[in-house]
Design a protein around this ligand. Structure first.
Ligand SMILES: *[C@@H]1O[C@H](CO)[C@@H](O)[C@H](O)[C@H]1NC(C)=O
Ligand SMILES: *[C@@H]1O[C@H](CO)[C@@H](O)[C@H](O)[C@H]1NC(C)=O
Ligand SMILES: *[C@@H]1O[C@H](CO)[C@@H](O)[C@H](O)[C@H]1NC(C)=O
Ligand SMILES: *[C@@H]1O[C@H](CO)[C@@H](O)[C@H](O)[C@H]1NC(C)=O
Ligand SMILES: *[C@@H]1O[C@H](CO)[C@@H](O)[C@H](O)[C@H]1NC(C)=O
Ligand SMILES: *[C@@H]1O[C@H](CO)[C@@H](O)[C@H](O)[C@H]1NC(C)=O
Ligand SMILES: *[C@@H]1O[C@H](CO)[C@@H](O)[C@H](O)[C@H]1NC(C)=O
Ligand SMILES: *[C@@H]1O[C@H](CO)[C@@H](O)[C@H](O)[C@H]1NC(C)=O
Ligand SMILES: *[C@@H]1O[C@H](CO)[C@@H](O)[C@H](O)[C@H]1NC(C)=O
Ligand SMILES: *[C@@H]1O[C@H](CO)[C@@H](O)[C@H](O)[C@H]1NC(C)=O
Ligand SMILES: *[C@@H]1O[C@H](CO)[C@@H](O)[C@H](O)[C@H]1NC(C)=O
Ligand SMILES: *[C@@H]1O[C@H](CO)[C@@H](O)[C@H](O)[C@H]1NC(C)=O
Length: 786
């Protein structure tokens, strides 16, 4: 049930008001941020959480399709993921456009992705929400926009020359970006040029295969001839082909194959041809239907305007008063929000795996990256979408038997640590997100994670549950004949499982499962079992001065050893992925994981010798180079000063990372964006309310703007955070005192009720830390202190 249900007219007027204040935010969104080295951000055209994602694909670092790396363009494809590591994702069935073939000879056109790759004209790229354009050295300008399941391209051609008369050839290739196709079919209709096809492909970070279908129609020029190509040869007969894995060639360069349409010179003023590509995971017929329904008339401007309006509407619930804050900071903020709204992707109606009336979202890529900030942010600005995502997670549980930790392209992805969908669900539960969510089923699902080990815990659930239940930690040399998965990461899995169990305990309490509550609370203290109080840490032989770190432990109870700085940027940073020889911490050091007790920071601080020692340790973690903010476990330590009674230090720390690590350059995010995780960190940090995900807690710091407000779409209420004594030089970043709805407010945290009920949180700022939010009774809740 909705907590407050307003007549839709009233709700609309709230939104319209926010919209009016924000009508000009789209210019502050730069989709090219994070397309430089390592960011892997999707820069092309998409709707919020949309399935169709069109962009030019490069042959350089092409995980997200396009990259600002000056490598060559191989085609224009219609589906992508954003910001992911590992192999490139999707990029199936790219189109490529030639203005003509040399000497007008078909076989002199280049067909394969290697041969046709063409440099871009530098400076020709323009990326905006819902729109992307680029001009290639062959003088073809490509523009693209999308609806939910359809990409629309407009190719504009140069004038012809005697050597190459204008007679555009547009091909569709059965390839995908990771070159994973195992079989595919394509056919072209010689009468109208319609190209339909399908293929079987592999996911980029998971197991299994998926089938995808497409349907391309053209408009703007008459058809000269049509046909298919294989390798670099093309012919006008036959009109279709099927390629299968031949069992002989195991070359990763799969056999190039596809279809083409050659046109007479377009007669319109722009000398352009439109190509509309419908997509479906169900069938080519549904791909064609999606295209015909969503873009019946090939109207590029109308489609582009609708996409931009969709973005304006989605973001209109957030209003910022920029004051004298620079355009750069506004761009950092809005672009971060934009990137956090690209995935998960709404594939509702496109799931071939089971029939259901529930929504189906995909590209939870991965929840290990997204639970800390993406889902809490979506809950703030788009609770309705978060509710649909939760229902989709539960439908996956219903039909696959487990919640996913990572999922892309209809396939199970690899689990990195705990069963962190438990945190996503608990986060929504404690925020009273109820719309259509079956909480009894959700509880069953999270308990299944905690109790029943699956045969393949590399892709779902947890491993080592027998030891977890009997010993209270994951042993470094675990004996686990009950399932398979990478027997590594014993430290990071232990702290994540402990927090997962805490989240289950919260749900158990709310749902009245009292004995479960006690059981899971007890298990949430298991992090203590790997805490070695006499473990010291040196860097290059010099003592850091800090003692007490998480260490591996064997089945027999004796300690193992992993250098506490191992897996940090200072030592073997890249040795700790899912590699079989990975050690006991995942993508981070023991230094970092030793701080991961979000459920009981009070107990952790006591364990680490009290507040002053903890603050010194956090300072050292941030300033020594041990912490990399480009991995999501780095987010919470920016704010954990709050638990030690130093909320001002959290604010200062946030400013130390923004803009030095998060800025408007194409390289302006640290590492992969991870489906928008980096973007969501920016938004939450600049908004001044950072969540402790899984708990009803936001840690308060001053927003980076004079004022920011969020209208809750479910309740219709508006929550405003206002800075007094704000300065855009960020000298006054320390809260001196605060009021909530005019009443003095001393706690350094606030609950989600603020967003549901609305109100005004007013923060008076000054240039130095104050006593505000520092007393014991002002601190956020911890398990051990109630
Ligand atoms: C891009 O294409 C140009 C011209 O065809 C070629 O010289 C260059 O090597 C290509 N670069 C890459 C990265 O493929
Ligand atoms: C585009 O700029 C890059 C980087 O400066 C340069 O390497 C490349 O040659 C330029 N390409 C063209 C077509 O001018
Ligand atoms: C895209 O799909 C969403 C979710 O179903 C829907 O709300 C939205 O209206 C669709 N957008 C367009 C432009 O059709
Ligand atoms: C792909 O299309 C071909 C030709 O229409 C058809 O025979 C084949 O079953 C389709 N494959 C899939 C996976 O749908
Ligand atoms: C090509 O189309 C013809 C006629 O529709 C059909 O009989 C044949 O099976 C198709 N071949 C392939 C390889 O799909
Ligand atoms: C879903 O229902 C349709 C129509 O009844 C059927 O053709 C299809 O096989 C079903 N799919 C699954 C995965 O059960
Ligand atoms: C959730 O609902 C309960 C019961 O109505 C209420 O006490 C609590 O404040 C609500 N929490 C939030 C975050 O809205
Ligand atoms: C640090 O630990 C090592 C190994 O346990 C030990 O040899 C060394 O004496 C310790 N150093 C200090 C200063 O405690
Ligand atoms: C450790 O020593 C090596 C070799 O002298 C040096 O390159 C490195 O920067 C040092 N690391 C730290 C964290 O001081
Ligand atoms: C405990 O197990 C570890 C790992 O197998 C082994 O190295 C160690 O010697 C054992 N300790 C005892 C006391 O048996
Ligand atoms: C640490 O990195 C070095 C150099 O890359 C490598 O040789 C070594 O095997 C790594 N150690 C571990 C334990 O991964
Ligand atoms: C922008 O962010 C990137 C990535 O974190 C960083 O390497 C770069 O130094 C930053 N640039 C500026 C001008 O701060």
């Amino acid at each position: 049930m909705f907590r407050f249900w307003l007549p839709s007219g009233l709700l609309a007027s709230c939104i319209d008001f926010a919209l009016a204040q924000n009508s000009n935010i789209l210019p502050y969104i730069d989709p090219l941020i994070g397309t430089g080295f390592g960011g892997h951000v999707f820069a092309g055209a998409t709707l919020p959480f949309g399935m169709a994602k069109a962009v030019a694909d490069v042959n350089g670092e092409n995980q997200g399709g396009y990259a600002s790396d000056y490598s060559n363009i191989t085609g224009f494809s219609h589906m992508h993921d954003s910001g992911t590591g590992g192999s490139p994702s999707l990029g199936n069935f790219p189109l490529f456009a030639h203005p003509g073939c040399p000497n007008d000879e078909l076989d002199k056109c280049q067909f394969t992705s290697t041969d046709r790759a063409t440099p871009q004209i530098n400076g020709s790229v323009l990326a905006q929400p819902g729109y992307f354009t680029i001009t290639l050295k062959n003088s073809v300008r490509a523009e693209m926009t999308v609806t939910n399941h359809t990409a629309l391209y407009r190719f504009s051609f140069p004038k012809g020359t005697p050597e190459m008369p204008l007679s555009p050839l547009i091909l569709a290739d059965l390839i995908d970006l990771p070159k994973s196709r195992s079989n595919g079919s394509i056919s072209v209709d010689p009468k109208n040029g319609r190209i339909v096809g399908n293929g079987t492909f592999s996911p980029s970070f998971g197991i299994g295969t998926y089938d995808l279908h497409f349907c391309t129609d053209f408009s703007g020029a008459s058809i000269r001839d049509t046909g298919v190509f294989m390798n670099n040869r093309a012919g006008s007969q036959p009109k279709n082909l099927t390629v299968v894995t031949d069992g002989v060639n195991n070359s990763p360069e799969i056999l190039p194959a596809g279809a083409w349409v050659r046109f007479n010179a377009p007669q319109n003023n722009a000398s352009s041809i439109s190509a509309r590509v419908g997509l479906s995971f169900i069938s080519t017929a549904q791909a064609c239907e999606n295209a015909e329904k969503e873009i019946p008339d090939f109207d590029f401007e109308a489609t582009r305007n609708a996409a931009q309006q969709a973005w304006t509407d989605k973001m209109s619930v957030i209003a910022v008063t920029p004051g004298t804050v620079s355009a750069e900071f506004q761009t950092i903020f809005w672009s971060g929000l934009y990137r956090a709204s690209i995935s998960p992707q709404d594939y509702t109606g496109e799931n071939p795996l089971w029939n259901s009336t529930e929504p189906y979202y995909d590209s939870f890529y991965c929840i290990w990256d997204s639970y800390r900030s993406i889902h809490p942010l979506i809950t703030l600005f788009d609770p309705e979408s978060q509710a649909l995502m939760n229902r989709s997670l539960l439908d996956i549980y219903r039909h696959e038997g487990k919640l996913p930790d990572c999922r892309m392209s209809l396939c199970k992805g690899f689990t990195q640590g705990g069963s962190n969908a438990d945190v996503v669900l608990a986060d929504s539960y404690v925020r009273n997100l109820t719309q259509g969510i079956d909480w009894a089923l959700a509880y069953e699902a999270v308990v299944s994670d905690a109790e029943d080990e699956p045969l393949n815990w590399a892709v779902e659930g947890r491993g080592g549950l027998t030891s977890w239940k009997s010993l209270g930690y994951i042993p470094a040399d675990d004996f686990d004949p009950y399932g398979v998965g990478p027997f590594t990461r014993s430290i990071s899995r232990t702290v994540e499982y402990a927090y997962n169990d805490y989240c289950i305990a919260e749900m158990a309490r709310g749902l009245g499962h009292t004995s479960d509550y006690e059981k899971y609370v007890a298990r949430s203290e298991n992090w203590k079992n790997l805490y070695r109080e006499d473990q010291n840490s040196t860097i290059n032989g010099t003592e850091t001065g800090f003692t007490g770190f998480l260490q591996p432990k064997f089945l027999n109870g004796t300690w193992g050893y992993q250098d506490p700085i191992f897996c940090s940027p200072l030592l073997n940073f890249t040795s700790c992925y899912l590699n079989p020889d990975g050690l006991e911490t995942y993508e981070g050091s023991s230094w970092l994981y030793t701080t991961y007790v979000p459920q009981d920071m009070a107990s952790l601080i006591t364990t680490l010798d009290g507040a002053d020692a903890f603050v010194a340790r956090l300072d050292y973690l941030h300033e020594s180079g041990l912490l990399y903010i480009g991995d999501e476990q780095g987010f919470l330590p920016v704010y954990q000063y709050h638990y030690a009674g130093h909320p001002g230090k959290s604010a200062a720390r946030a400013h130390s990372y923004i803009p030095s690590q998060f800025n408007t350059t194409v390289n302006g995010i640290p590492g992969n964006d991870d489906s928008g995780a980096m973007g969501s960190f920016i938004v939450l940090a600049m908004m001044g309310l950072f969540p402790n995900p899984g708990q009803n807690v936001y840690l308060i710091t001053p927003p980076f703007f004079p004022e920011i407000s969020i209208t809750n779409k479910v309740s219709g209420n508006k929550a405003t955070i206002r800075n007094v004594n704000f300065d855009a030089e960020y000298k006054n970043i320390y809260i001196q005192h605060a009021t909530l709805n005019g009443v003095p407010y001393t706690k350094n945290w606030i609950g989600h009720e603020f967003f549901v009920d609305g109100g005004v949180l007013e923060l008076t700022l000054g240039p130095a830390e104050s006593a505000w939010g520092t007393r014991y009774e002002d601190l956020p809740p911890s398990l051990s202190t109630g």
